[in-house]
Ligand binder design. Structure first.
Ligand code: GLN
Length: 196
């Protein structure tokens, strides 16, 4: 399998490493492909969208035309895992900041996000979050993290921290407010790859 990693800004190399490690651990053969330009997605069976700065990632994706490619491939059923900024971009609804910065969202998942919900309180922290269907603990790294404030339709919450939803899944689309690519716990990546 070939898994694309959006490589325009953010923690790209960490995503590449985590996907490769999860493939190895799960016994999947395949490799990663960095996605920067139109057409890079063509040979990919799945995609991850890293953390970083959602406004910047969105602008660069729109400018290159990759934004449209992602929306089209998602409609065809391509699995996508978005972490942090990537999770923000997957949402259908953003907060005031998303609107004020005219950040174009991919609008693929039935969820609303608050872009800097945890960032305002503490820039970054680690927490053990219980994830549905996985043995606890799942060590989650939060960096200026968003929160999923609401889900509807086909989107299901899989983990919460306080009042916030921090992991959600809609079919083969996964949005994580934290960074599973940073904690060394590859179970979310493996669950994602199993469906590819
Ligand atoms: N809150 C950031 C944003 O708006 C995301 C932070 C992250 O990806 N670590 O883009």
């Amino acid at each position: 399998m070939r898994v694309g990693v959006v490589a325009v800004q953010g923690d790209v190399s960490e995503h590449v490493d985590a996907v490769r490690a999860a493939m190895k651990a799960g016994g999947f053969s395949g490799d990663t492909v960095t996605v920067r330009r139109r057409g890079d997605l063509a040979g990919c069976h799945a995609l991850t969208i890293p953390g970083g700065e959602s406004t910047t990632i969105s602008k660069l994706l729109v400018r290159s035309g990759v934004f449209e490619d992602i929306v089209r491939r998602a409609a065809e059923g391509m699995p996508i895992l978005g972490t942090c900024a990537g999770c923000i971009l997957l949402a259908k609804e953003g907060d005031d900041q998303v609107r004020q910065t005219h950040t174009k969202l991919l609008a693929l998942m039935d969820m609303a996000v608050d872009r800097n919900a945890f960032g305002r309180q503490r820039e970054s922290f680690e927490a053990a979050v219980p994830v549905d269907g996985m043995d606890p603990p799942f060590r989650a790294v939060f960096i200026r993290a968003p929160a999923i404030t609401r889900v509807w339709g086909a989107c299901e919450p899989l983990a919460r921290l306080g009042d916030a939803i921090v992991l959600a899944r809609q079919g083969d689309l996964w949005g994580a407010c934290f960074h599973p690519e940073l904690s060394g716990d590859l179970r979310i990546h493996q669950a994602f790859l199993e469906r590819v």
